[in-house]
Write a protein that binds this ligand. Structure first.
Ligand SMILES: [Zn+2]
Length: 346
């Protein structure tokens, strides 16, 4: 599939319509039930696909319209996890949450998102991207009463993720993205086995593979954590050298309005860079010129044929008109830089 120079993309979630789930709420419960919920999710997926296309997004995602939570919805479909047996654990060393318990061997008895991905494939001829949680982020959202080893459980999840990823690829998904915000927190585990588990999840795929590492949604627990990180956020320095040598094709990172030093991108030279040029923690709409300025800076450290302008993270907590305007800003800013690159002969 031919792609324009600097193909635009969003990282993940988009706001859901108010008839489907409570708006401007992260992980909000569904407003419909039964067949109406099934139909409502499909309609939302249809709308979000066309909205992305209308706003100039080149690589289309599902906007997480059919799932409530980027990790839990996947885990709900696996056996071995008891959602009635809950424990409070500390998520990403930052906030407490009540989570389900791993009670026996985990496995995927049937595909989880594959029907939704087939439906998305029918809605557009553009390249499509589907996000799955990464193994390390999955284990961090559970209480493990069976394996008693984070590493062992991560490996089991990597196997399950690889099965799902292969089915998504067969359904026509062009890019499979693994969300691993845990890579910005658990550096030792990431080095010991986290990147290896991620590569296991991505093993043998013909589809392109991406890893998304961010500083999270603009929720209070994340914003408080960010104030402790100092004036320069150098967490990517831990993961990027390993990812540069990994089998993953694309690295998705947060950039605009973050305190991430732009030159860290140099550490993944050779990989495609999905660069966050849209802030998801602030509803002010970026101007096209601001987006263009971020992309120009990134081009000092990334090759033009490997840059994918994107958002910093998901946009689910925004009002719908904010997320639409931000997608338009991303496309308009990208168009400016594309033009500059073409006229300079790149
Ligand atoms: Zn994110």
């Amino acid at each position: 599939m031919t792609q324009p120079l600097l193909p635009t993309s969003i990282v993940g979630s988009l706001p859901k319509p108010s008839w489907l789930a409570q708006p401007e709420t992260l992980w909000s419960p569904w407003s419909l039930q039964g067949d109406a919920l099934v139909e409502g999710k499909r309609d939302a997926l249809r709308i979000s696909t066309h909205e992305q296309s209308n706003r100039g997004i080149d690589i289309v995602s599902d906007g997480e319209q059919t799932r409530q939570h980027f990790v839990t919805t996947f885990i709900e479909h696996l056996s071995g996890v008891d959602f009635e047996k809950r424990k409070t654990v500390r998520i990403r060393d930052r906030y407490d949450a009540s989570v389900p318990t791993v009670v026996s061997a985990v496995s995927r008895e049937k595909p989880v998102f594959v029907d939704d991905a087939k439906f998305l494939r029918q809605q557009t001829d553009q390249p499509i991207k589907w996000a799955l949680p990464g193994p390390m982020t999955m284990i961090d959202t559970l209480y493990d009463d069976h394996y008693k080893s984070r590493e062992k459980l991560a490996w089991e999840f990597a196997t399950v993720l690889n099965q799902e990823a292969k089915d998504l690829e067969a359904a026509g998904v062009d890019i499979i993205q693994f969300d691993e915000p845990a890579f910005n927190v658990f550096f030792e585990e990431m080095k010991d086995w986290g990147v290896a588990a991620l590569e296991r999840a991505a093993e043998g795929l013909r589809a392109e593979t991406a890893v998304h590492i961010c500083y999270g949604y603009g929720i209070k627990a994340n914003n408080d954590w960010k104030t402790t990180l100092g004036s320069e956020w150098r967490q990517y320095e831990e993961s990027f050298p390993l990812l540069q040598r990994s089998s993953l094709d694309i690295v998705s990172l947060e950039c605009h309005n973050s305190h991430v030093p732009m030159d860290l991108i140099e550490l993944i030279r050779g990989k495609k860079v999905m660069l966050g040029a849209i802030d998801v923690a602030n509803e002010t709409i970026e101007t096209p010129e601001e987006v263009a300025a971020t992309l120009r800076k990134a081009l000092n450290f990334a090759d033009a044929d490997k840059l994918i302008p994107s958002t910093n993270c998901g946009m689910a907590p925004f009002a719908r008109d904010v997320s639409l305007a931000k997608m338009s800003a991303l496309s308009a800013g990208t168009a400016i830089v594309r033009e500059e690159l073409v006229s300079s002969g790149v």
